[in-house]
Write a protein that binds this ligand. Structure first.
Ligand code: PLP
Length: 425
């Protein structure tokens, strides 16, 4: 493949990057790629093309947003059109109204929306909102759930926080940490105990845990959260940054038929451009400035590029076979992986994202996930990479499929997974 004339390869870039960035990267999980992070020069459909001119089948997909695959023509067209018209006005624009209409149409809990720039900002704002609205302080979260990189949620956080051994980050004030209670995922008894004993402003939960690998919820757990939060006057926040518009147009709340008070969105709703959103009950969202007294603001909030890419993506989701294709791709691949692993293992899958755990029988919460053989997972990652398949470098992330993962791509992937798994497990 043409290398675009560049003679600087990943290895050289990595040498420079280590001098320039902490650990050579700008988001920690990227440093877990073995033997060292490859640098990407382009993405197309299900593929990444590296600076070393290797083509990789991509199951990371930017950690979830790219449900249509890389460089989808409809998103390119929409963003190009917007670029010609300018990309930042500091005023409202038509696109934000259109995207909010799509979100309120599809997401059951969404009556009103506030756009921000990342999932992190979305959960930070949702937590502040629940505190402001209820006039209470305490938050309840679940062990291993990851809600971004701000102080309120870096307490028993999954994803890279667990991968790099800092589930409670240094620098989070003890006073802040003491306002956050933590229960095991899928544990209603603990939840009820906390709600009974403390004045809890909000319960925040990933309706499918996607940041300790993939861990499905017990449906009774989600229903129980809804009943308990209602009984105790607590705001229920579904963090659907991963599941929003992935499990279907209505996200996890439609899929499981449980409607929270607030929902945080990100990833897919920006079509791969930076975005976040808090949406929910009208009276809660109206507590935000300028109507209410809970402050939120942002130079780039509702910027026209992210809005436009999000609209193009959701319109494509409305009319394409994306959910059929991604569900089928995930089912075939996850089943073949399941059949190829000979040692004790479990494959957890929900619709169109999944993860496998080696050396454990079941994974229903973060503690189970921590017992999996991470070293062996990492070797599977490394050996797949040699064969041209990119899966997350960390056990505590998820494999995603996209509209571009057609039967041919899946067939090729299956044979490579089989080769690696039969050799290593
Ligand atoms: N919430 C969940 C469930 C996530 O998976 C993530 C990121 O992976 C976030 C929040 C934070 O989103 P962002 O990385 O856009 O800040």
């Amino acid at each position: 493949m043409d290398d675009g004339g560049s003679s600087i390869l990943s290895f050289d870039l990595w040498a420079d990057a280590q001098k320039l960035f902490s650990g050579g990267v700008n988001s920690p999980v990227r440093a877990a790629v073995k033997p060292y992070p490859f640098f990407v020069k382009s993405g197309k459909g299900p593929y990444l093309i590296t600076e070393d001119s290797k083509t990789l089948i991509d199951y990371v997909l930017g950690y979830g947003p790219l449900i249509l695959g890389h460089a989808h023509p409809k998103v390119i067209e929409a963003v190009r059109e917007q670029l010609d018209k300018g990309w930042l006005y500091g005023t409202p624009s038509r696109a934000e109204v259109e995207l909010a209409k799509l979100i309120t149409l599809h997401v059951p809990s969404a009556e009103k929306v506030r756009f921000v720039n990342s999932g992190t900002e979305a959960t930070m704002t949702a937590i502040r909102l629940s505190r402001g609205f209820t006039n209470r302080t305490k938050i309840l979260k679940f062990d291993g759930n990851y809600h971004g990189a701000h102080d309120y949620v870096l307490i028993d956080a999954g994803s890279a926080a667990t991968e790099f051994g800092v589930p409670i980050s240094q620098g989070v004030p003890r006073e802040v940490a003491s306002t956050v209670a933590v229960c095991p995922y899928n544990d209603l008894e603990c939840t009820e105990r906390v709600l009974k004993d403390e004045d809890v402003a909000g319960v925040i939960v990933e309706p499918v845990m996607g940041n300790m690998g993939v861990i499905p919820p017990d449906i009774e757990f989600l229903k129980g959260l809804r009943e308990l939060t209602r009984a105790y006057g607590t705001i229920l926040i579904f963090d659907e940054v991963i599941t929003g518009f992935r499990l279907g147009l209505g996200g996890a709340q439609s899929y499981f038929s449980v409607t929270p008070d607030l929902t945080t969105l990100g990833k897919i709703i920006g079509g791969g451009f930076p975005i976040g959103a808090v949406c929910g009950k009208r009276d809660v969202i109206d507590s935000l400035t300028p109507m209410g007294k809970v402050f939120n603001a942002g130079t780039f909030n509702a910027n026209p590029i992210s809005m436009t890419a999000g609209i193009a993506t959701i319109r494509e989701l409305e009319k394409s076979d994306t959910y059929k294709v991604t569900e089928r791709a995930t089912r075939i691949l996850a089943d073949e992986i399941d059949n190829s692993i000979k040692m004790e293992h479990v494959v957890n899958k929900v619709v169109n994202f999944f993860q496998f755990f080696l050396g454990v029988k079941e994974v229903k919460n973060a503690n189970d996930a921590r017992k999996a053989d991470r070293g062996l997972y990492s070797r599977v990652h490394e050996n797949l990479l040699k064969l041209g398949v990119f899966i997350p470098p960390s056990q505590f992330e998820a494999l995603f499929t996209s509209l571009a993962h057609d039967d041919k791509v899946i067939e090729e992937s299956v044979s490579k997974f089989k080769k690696v798994l039969e050799e290593l497990t």
